[in-house]
Design a protein around this ligand. Structure first.
Ligand SMILES: [Zn+2]
Length: 144
């Protein structure tokens, strides 16, 4: 991996960082805030999600969740770990379907958690229900 891609959690800008420079504490090219190199999943709204899907040069995994959903809360730390494991090669965000319904309704998401992988602006995979370990990895690895 010579280049890594990170979404700025402050402005949503996508940054391409040379792998050799990752250790130098890179800042966002747009807003100049420090980039979170741990790639912890950020919460996005419908607009930010649609912008991200269009702009991202790497696959995007979206965790559609809601605060009242037990399995979603159980899944969350596993999704965070996944995001960190594939940092730079995958962008992971979360969308709270209780607060933001437009995209979830357009995609006819009726059950949460649902995870959707976009690649090149198209839906590449859709996983309904919580999965963990190797099954969770398998949701994204074919598209990396
Ligand atoms: Zn920024």
């Amino acid at each position: 991996m010579s280049q890594a891609f990170f979404r700025c959690s402050s402005c949503g800008g996508i940054n391409r960082i040379d792998a050799q420079r990752l250790a130098e504490g890179p800042v966002c090219g747009r807003c100049h805030k420090p980039l979170d190199r741990s790639a912890a999943p950020a919460e996005v709204d419908d607009d930010a999600l649609e912008r991200l899907i269009k702009a991202s040069p790497v696959p995007v995994l979206v965790d559609f969740w809601a605060p009242w959903c037990g399995p979603c809360l159980m899944l969350a730390p596993h999704v965070t770990a996944l995001a960190q494991r594939f940092a730079g090669r995958l962008i992971v965000v979360k969308l709270n379907t209780e607060e933001h319904q437009r995209v979830a309704s357009k995609l006819q998401i009726r059950s949460i958690p649902t995870m959707i992988v976009w690649k090149g602006g198209e839906i590449a995979n859709r996983q309904v229900g919580a999965v963990m370990g190797p099954q969770l990895d398998a949701v994204v690895t074919p598209y990396l």
